[in-house]
Design a protein around this ligand. Structure first.
Ligand SMILES: C[S@@+](CC[C@H](N)C(=O)[O-])C[C@H]1O[C@@H](n2cnc3c(N)ncnc32)[C@H](O)[C@@H]1O
Length: 232
């Protein structure tokens, strides 16, 4: 039987309101895309709002016992907020001072970077959502330090190919958002901060997974890659 979160703590009207606001912002930017010059920023806002909506939706659908207001992942730490604020600032400053450079997709190198960026966003989002769906009750937005009921070792689906598909997805999705906006500084910043974050987190998470699942996890770890550069 699924135990649902206490509605007194996670009030449904607040969840409805957040979903409504995310949907409205997403709709606004989809509607504006035909009319604005800086289309990359528009696409970035669509990707960002869709990402946060899907964080809650996927949790609520596949792991309802864990779905709270925090599942939107909107309070994802000061660093996350700062990184996205700086990325928006960079995008607009470069657009103001170097408008041609920022929007010139007729250049071969720009077109390649932007196309790769979109591919990373789509692949990253799919990997993240599939991971949350496949792991179900074993997935949690915080790292578990004690094994809860229903926490089983997941090795099927996307976990057959990737050891940390939701981290893989988040990493490449975030890199992609900076590539489509042609934000060189934020691209470096996102890559450095996210790499450090996931490097430490995977080490910490795996120390507990080894305790929970012993040899099974060890063998899994030895045979399935992470596919984030320089993380084994
Ligand atoms: C935010 S989820 C991330 C899951 C995984 N690292 C990923 O990137 O898809 C964190 C929780 O997932 C659990 N977890 C990670 N890999 C797992 C696996 N293969 N099977 C079961 N639980 C796993 C950890 O114990 C942790 O509490």
């Amino acid at each position: 039987m699924t135990i649902y979160p206490d509605v007194r703590v996670n009030q449904p009207h607040r969840i409805a309101l957040i979903a409504f606001l995310l949907g409205s912002v997403m709709g606004l930017f989809i509607g504006l895309i035909k009319f604005v010059h800086l289309k990359a920023f528009d696409s970035y806002m669509v990707a960002l709002t869709l990402f946060h909506f899907l964080e809650y939706y996927t949790t609520a659908k596949y792991n309802p016992g864990q779905s709270t207001e925090d599942s939107f992942l909107l309070s994802n730490g000061v660093e996350y907020l700062l990184c996205h604020s700086l990325a928006i600032l960079e995008c607009f400053l470069e657009y103001i001072f170097l408008p041609h450079w920022k929007t010139d997709v007729s250049s071969h190198s720009h077109a390649i970077i932007v196309s790769l960026g979109y591919a990373f966003i789509v692949t990253g989002q799919i990997a993240r959502t599939m991971a949350m769906r496949t792991a179900g009750q074993s997935f949690s937005h915080t790292v578990k330090t004690s094994r809860g009921e229903g926490h089983v070792l997941v090795k099927n689906g996307i976990y057959k190919w990737l050891r940390h598909p939701s981290y893989f997805g988040f990493f490449w999705w975030a890199i992609g958002t900076q590539m489509i906006m042609l934000n060189p500084l934020s691209l470096l910043l996102f890559a450095a901060i996210l790499w450090k974050f996931f490097h430490q987190r995977i080490k910490f998470e795996e120390s507990y997974l080894l305790k929970f699942f012993g040899r099974d996890y060890y063998e899994y770890k030895e045979s399935v890659p992470v596919l984030i550069p320089f993380i084994n």
